[in-house]
Design a protein around this ligand. Structure first.
Ligand code: SF4
Ligand code: SF4
Length: 456
């Protein structure tokens, strides 16, 4: 029980008389919208509202305090209360979680409310529902597109097709669709020899490092959709860097992390995907593997959103053994020292404008790339500030949100342009696409730079 609740244990009118009493079941057994401890902790300071990037640009959005604790109270006092449709404008950036001084589980409340709104109140035949479902299930479209990447890349970015998608589905025509790779990460992984090849490479590295050939260094890679279909180079860099440090890598069966589904209230879809991911990962955790993600939204989903929203067997075990890739190496290896002793030349010897994704902030990882790479000879790195990039996964793809998304991103674009050089860096693939869209810069992932520095 939280501190905020304990005063209710004391009744000044009828102090403890010692008589037996029947406890009243105020909150019957149900998980439906039952977030009372969190709601009670809210003391209405409005700090969450002042930290919400959407509330800053959207006058119709009432902000996280209303979406979370206030709406919860309304729901508890009125059985007929319907979730306000403004919950669909929350981008699930999760900045309000970090801002709240009272630990109110705001994003959990928003995700729960949004799921209930979509399930019970949204018209399943509406264009908005269909559009959101397509955007949320990016993995489905990407699976099909990656079978014919050349055609998909041409078709998705063909002007009249983009115009039609905006007119019929409400997907903005202002953005270029991300390119699909000619070879997915999983195709590359299989052709390379899968886990057997990784074990051999890891053993060679252990010998070089003077470690036991059979040292217990094993990680299970959660590559997610983007590293598989669009930027397999990030996944490849991740594998090579971890093997360099003597880790055996496996790439288990997996589906989408669920991040775009949470943001669109598609909790049934998210649960279906989460069940596969948790099942794969929990078996491997039992065998001594840790789960590693190269995308900060994927690691966020596995370690925070899954246990907050679902009760799947093994979920706590997976959550507590999931790490973001750089975070993991900084915990387990002398990576800072290694970086100080090496340098980078060639294509990646650049000045990087680094943006920390909101979901990296929520995991306390916003400084790791800057702290690591500022000691690397041959490159420069500058943090472009605390602002949100504005795209928040699918938010910036919605026609009616596009302008707001760009307005949120404006501060980041300006700081990028003031920074040295014209190459950006971030861990999040959708932030990367917004950075590129707003500045025209090429955007790299920290793992690519790590590979260039360490794996010669
Ligand atoms: S998750 Fe982000 S957009 Fe949603 S209410 Fe919180 S701060 Fe605002
Ligand atoms: S920051 Fe936390 S305590 Fe303050 S209004 Fe928001 S939810 Fe309530």
């Amino acid at each position: 029980m939280s501190d905020a609740q304990s005063p209710t244990d004391f009744d000044p009118v009828e102090p403890n008389t010692g008589h037996d009493f029947e406890p009243v079941d105020v909150f019957p057994d149900s998980n439906d919208f039952d977030l009372r401890p969190g709601a009670d902790s809210c003391f209405k300071c409005s700090v969450c509202d002042t930290n919400c990037p959407v509330a800053e640009v959207d006058d119709d959005f009432p902000g996280p305090k209303f979406q979370g604790p206030e709406q919860w109270r309304l729901k508890q006092t009125d059985d007929d209360y319907e979730i306000d449709d403004s919950v669909m404008s929350c981008s699930n950036c999760m900045r309000c979680d970090n801002a709240c001084p009272s630990g109110v589980p705001l994003s959990q409340m928003h995700n729960t409310a949004r799921g209930e709104y979509v399930e019970e109140q949204m018209d399943k035949l509406s264009i908005e529902y269909v559009r959101n479902r397509i955007l949320a299930n990016y993995r489905t479209s990407a699976t099909i597109a990656s079978k014919v990447p050349g055609l998909a890349n041409w078709g998705m970015n063909f002007g009249p097709a983009r115009w039609l998608m905006e007119k019929t589905l409400g997907v903005t025509k202002e953005r270029e669709f991300p390119e699909f790779a000619s070879e997915t990460f999983r195709e590359w992984w299989t052709a390379r020899g899968g886990a057997d090849a990784s074990r051999r490479n890891a053993q060679e590295s252990r010998e070089r490092m003077g470690l036991d050939r059979n040292a217990d260094k094993k990680v299970a890679y959660f590559h997610g959709c983007y590293s598989n279909y669009n930027s397999p180079n990030v996944g490849q860099a991740m594998v090579r860097v971890f093997e360099h440090y003597g880790y055996e890598v496996v790439a288990p069966e997996q589906k989408c992390s669920g991040t775009p589904m949470f943001a669109n209230g598609m909790l049934k879809d998210a649960r279906r995907h989460a069940e596969v991911n948790v099942s794969s990962m929990s078996d491997l955790v039992d065998q001594g593997y840790d789960a590693i993600a190269s995308c900060t939204s994927c690691s966020m989903a596995l370690r925070q959103e899954y246990p907050e929203l679902f009760d799947i067997e093994g979920i706590e075990k997976v959550a507590s053994n999931t790490f973001e890739s750089l975070e993991y190496l900084r915990i387990h290896e002398d990576i800072q020292e290694d970086i100080q002793e090496t340098d980078v030349s060639g294509e990646l010897a650049e000045e990087f404008a680094y943006h920390a994704p909101c979901h990296a902030r929520n995991q306390g990882l916003e400084r790791q790339s800057v702290e690591l790479f500022r000691d690397l000879d041959g490159v420069g790195i500058e943090d472009v500030g605390e602002s949100c990039s504005g795209i928040s996964g699918t938010y910036g793809w919605k026609e009616e949100k596009y302008e707001k998304s760009m307005e949120i991103g404006e501060e980041m674009f300006e700081h990028m342009e003031h920074a040295e050089g014209d190459v950006g860096m971030t861990e999040c693939p959708t932030c990367a696409s917004q950075m590129e869209h707003g500045t025209g810069y090429e955007i790299r992932h920290p793992l690519e730079l790590l590979e260039a520095a360490l794996v010669k």
